[in-house]
Design a protein around this ligand. Structure first.
Ligand SMILES: Nc1ncnc2c1ncn2[C@@H]1O[C@H](COP(=O)(O)OP(=O)(O)OP(=O)(O)O)[C@@H](O)[C@H]1O
Length: 259
């Protein structure tokens, strides 16, 4: 599916909490260019997941409008233009990698296993797991399980991938490998990606734009365009300009020293 952009205007989100209302997001505007890689970075509880779900039309905001590929978010959701990769892979333990990667096509698109298999195989190939298609989830490492989860979303060929801190539970080395793989998949497929993370270096490595959200109703503290050349390789992590970007973002996120 051709990549699509997202345009969000005047987004506010309030949740009822006991007797009180909690305003999580207030008056946010965001434009995401088709085919770009955009990250929402911020401390725990600042509203990243909430905003991600709103941008994907999965959650309706209290106020504001979201248009996906020029159409109202609800229509885009019906048209299956959104793929979601959650924090935990949530694979069915009794199904193989291939069957798990086929799941959404079977459930959402009503395809039979044999019909769904070719797209699922292509997706497994994209994530580099062709050799593991018969393995069950307990035979997969954490990184492999997360790749199956990504393949399950890719098998639907969505225009937009929403990724909610998908590598947060992985060890640092696997996480770096997953970032390289994701950058490669993004470059190959041209999909629009909206990615949530707590990791400053992950955000800089992957993104065209990093939106730093603060705890004050999700307010954007900075929207930073990352002008590092692509394709980005491991070597980029050691470049001074990479450290400049991470330092700049860290300045927004670390608690200010009190004098
Ligand atoms: N369905 C809900 N009902 C009530 N409050 C909610 C709901 N979803 C989120 N919240 C609240 O909204 C705030 C933001 O949550 P959200 O999960 O969007 O933050 P986050 O930045 O993604 O956090 P984390 O990095 O820890 O995942 C939190 O205070 C949370 O308790």
């Amino acid at each position: 599916m051709e990549s699509m952009g997202i345009s969000a205007q005047g987004i506010a989100m309030r949740f009822a909490r006991r007797e009180q209302e909690q305003t999580v997001l207030e008056n946010l505007d965001l434009d995401i260019t088709p085919g770009s890689f955009v990250t929402l970075l911020g401390p725990s509880g600042c509203g990243k997941s909430t905003l991600l779900k709103i941008l994907g039309g999965i959650l309706e905001p209290t106020r504001g409008t979201v248009r996906i590929g020029g159409q109202p978010a609800a229509d885009a959701v019906k048209g299956r233009v959104i793929g979601l990769v959650p924090q935990r892979p949530a694979l069915l333990p009794w199904k193989s990698a291939l069957q798990n990667a086929s799941m959404l096509r079977q459930i959402a698109a009503g395809e039979r296993a044999a019909e769904a298999a070719p797209a699922a195989r292509r997706a497994l190939e994209l994530v580099g797991l062709s050799a593991a298609e018969d393995k069950l989830p307990h035979e997969l490492s954490g990184g492999m399980a997360q790749r199956v989860s990504l393949a399950r979303a890719l098998a639907m060929d969505p225009a937009i991938l929403l990724m909610d801190e998908p590598f947060g539970a992985l060890d640092a080395i696997t996480r770096d490998e997953m970032n390289l793989k994701l950058a490669e998949i993004w470059a190959t497929t041209g999909k629009t990606v909206v990615f949530v993370t707590h990791s400053i270096s992950e955000a800089v490595f992957l993104s065209d734009t990093v939106h730093v959200m603060g705890l004050d109703r999700g307010r954007f503290l900075e929207s930073l365009d990352v002008a590092l050349p692509r394709p980005r390789t491991r070597e980029v992590l050691d470049e001074p300009v990479f450290t400049e970007y991470t330092g700049r973002l860290r300045g927004h996120l670390e608690p200010k020293a009190t004098v």
